[in-house]
Write a protein that binds this ligand. Sequence first.
Ligand SMILES: [Zn+2]
Length: 190
Amino acid sequence: MNSVENGKECEAVLAATNPLLGRGVFVFLKLPESWKLLKTSMSPECNALGREIVGDGFRWITSGFIHAILVDEQKNQAYPLFLDVKEIFDNEKALEIIRRRFDKLASEGERIEMEKIHINGHEAHCVTWISQKKMFLKRKKVILANLEYATYCDATKRLILFRISSSHIENFMEDKEKMLSILSSLTCHF
Ligand SMILES: [Zn+2]
């Protein structure tokens, strides 16, 4: 996860290397000042790459996922971020998957908010909600604030899904718009 400083904004890349297929990139994101994207100990999975070599010699990852940590340095708050990418050739089918997933979230979540945003030439669906989760070996339920962001990149034929969840509800709510703007800075094709 290299980052390139560019004034106060910095570009972060979510990438992975497949031993057989070579270097792949999930997406690029722009981070505002005092935000960082860090690696986790969980290794990313990169199962397939697009055919075309782009940029400075990489290919887009068409199947795989990655765990990372989005850090707000001002609040000293870390948010686990998960990104899942799937190759889907049919535009309608991809939108149907997104629609169904978000309908399901809408029926299960509390304090749900949905919005549609246009980003990088694609329509992105964004949902935030509060959920309760029973943690392993713990009696108490943990309350989580969640944000999911899904879009279909018809240029690379990829369904892209981000999820951020945090038990620090107050910080999450304050940072929600910032996190949404980071996800909206997405570059998923050239
Ligand atoms: Zn795209």
